[in-house]
Design a protein around this ligand. Structure first.
Ligand SMILES: [Zn+2]
Length: 176
């Protein structure tokens, strides 16, 4: 049971996109997420994997942590999350663990997407919790954010990848 409607989902996706843009400005892969309940924003975050040198610092995980802290419980019953990119296996798993009610995502991820594309972790009936999935919300804008970011990086006009503060020896042209 949620009181969320399409208009709220769209408004929250706009916020998630704004967060993703902030990530791109930092040289982070632009993915943004917003956790909300009804019309109330509980947390928003963007990918910080490079800045925090943390493989788990995906937008969804960071937003879930903030929302849980704010609510004072790890159970995010009745909450929705809007995220610009289809969640990966880690994040889809985190959404199930957090008992999030709904996931609203933009672009599909052919390489890591585990809500619909490679696996269906958010709707697998063998788990003890399932989410309502709303897919493809502003997917063109969300997808363009990513393709523009990688195109700019290839051309060399994106902000440099923020590496660990200790220096960047050994970091080659790995890209993503
Ligand atoms: Zn993820």
């Amino acid at each position: 049971m949620t009181t969320t409607d399409d208009e709220t989902d769209l408004a929250m996706m706009h916020r998630a996109i704004a967060a993703a843009r902030r990530a791109a400005e930092l040289g982070e892969v632009p993915v943004g997420a917003v956790v909300y309940r009804g019309d109330e924003v509980l947390a928003e975050a963007h990918n910080l994997r490079e800045s925090q040198t943390d493989p788990t610092a995906h937008a969804e995980v960071l937003a879930l942590r903030d929302a849980a802290r704010r609510l004072g419980t790890w159970r995010l019953d009745g909450c929705s999350i809007a995220v610009t990119l289809e969640p990966c296996p880690m994040c889809a798993g985190a959404l199930v663990n957090a008992r999030v009610a709904r996931v609203v995502y933009g672009a599909t991820d052919p390489k890591m997407g585990c809500v619909d594309t490679l696996h269906e972790l958010c709707t697998d009936t063998r788990f003890n919790h399932r989410l309502v999935v709303v897919r493809g919300v502003m997917s063109d804008v969300c997808g363009a954010l990513l393709s523009d970011f990688f195109a700019a990086r290839r051309k060399g006009d994106a902000p440099p990848k923020p590496g660990p503060k200790q220096g960047r020896t050994g970091e080659g042209e790995k890209g993503r």
